[in-house]
Design a protein around this ligand. Structure first.
Ligand SMILES: NC(=O)c1ccc[n+]([C@@H]2O[C@H](COP(=O)([O-])OP(=O)(O)OC[C@H]3O[C@@H](n4cnc5c(N)ncnc54)[C@H](OP(=O)(O)O)[C@@H]3O)[C@@H](O)[C@H]2O)c1
Length: 218
């Protein structure tokens, strides 16, 4: 049993991930930013913790994640503005790794973005900014001494899992069901030997447990 802290627990991936972790016997805490979300979070069997990434720093995050073994970061500004994208998608993970170091927590799973997501589309400064900030966050996390895994899903679909994906260190771009991302993360968490890896994920033809096992370096 691990104590797992999800940042973005009310999101499309986060709310699908939490029940999978609970079913695997873990304790789950979830950061939420609106007080009225607390009851729903608690009713899902998750310990709610109120906090807004626009305000949190490493110093104020540290006591919130204290006592946990694993942190999952699946938060995002979702196109709500350039400054919010910087502070949530980029500064957020940076604050998290600093807070984890302070609290002696080593395992971090960061949901990032697929590098080719914008290819073939009209140039869009907001999207360019988003991709730049996602990459800066990846760089901060990858430079840390944490046992991180950076997961770069393709374009997310509002669908539950069908349990079949394509995953690897470098794969062709595609879409992926949020449910498959959640299930893949849950399996990654059960596979701690996968650490300090950057992984790409789309929907595909491989059953998720097998896809994760294929990534383990022999
Ligand atoms: N959209 C795509 O195609 C795509 C592709 C690849 C990767 N991604 C990335 O995948 C990740 C998860 O995606 P998703 O679809 O699950 O996201 P989502 O549904 O938009 O959920 C985002 C989560 O972040 C939380 N959040 C937003 N602002 C916050 C703040 N200031 N403080 C604390 N929490 C805050 C949201 O809380 P509320 O419920 O209160 O809003 C929610 O829990 C994001 O990092 C996203 O950038 C997206």
């Amino acid at each position: 049993m691990a104590r797992i802290f999800i940042i973005g627990v009310t999101g499309g991936i986060g709310h699908r991930l939490a029940p999978l972790l609970l079913a695997n016997g873990h304790q789950v805490t979830g950061l939420h930013r609106k007080p009225e979300q607390a009851d729903n979070v608690r009713n899902a069997g998750i310990t709610p913790v109120l906090g807004d990434l626009m305000e949190l720093t490493a110093e104020t995050l540290a006591p919130l994640i204290w006592g946990h073994d694993i942190v999952v970061f699946s938060s995002g500004a979702a196109g709500s503005g350039l400054d919010r994208t910087t502070r949530i998608d980029c500064d957020g993970p940076g604050h998290v790794v600093a807070a984890m170091k302070q609290e002696g927590i080593s395992r971090l799973y960061l949901v990032s973005a697929f590098p080719e997501a914008g290819r073939g589309k009209d140039p869009n400064p907001r999207f360019e900014h988003y991709m730049t900030e996602k990459k800066r966050a990846d760089a901060d996390v990858a430079a840390s001494d944490a046992d991180w895994v950076i997961l770069r899903p393709g374009t997310l679909l509002h669908e539950d899992q069908d349990g079949r994906v394509n995953a690897g260190f470098a794969i062709p771009y595609g879409t992926v069901k949020r449910g498959n991302v959640a299930q893949f993360l849950a399996k990654l968490i059960e596979t701690p030997e996968i650490r300090r890896e950057i992984l790409e994920l789309t929907d595909g033809g491989t059953e998720i447990s097998e896809a994760v096992n294929l990534i383990v370096r022999k």
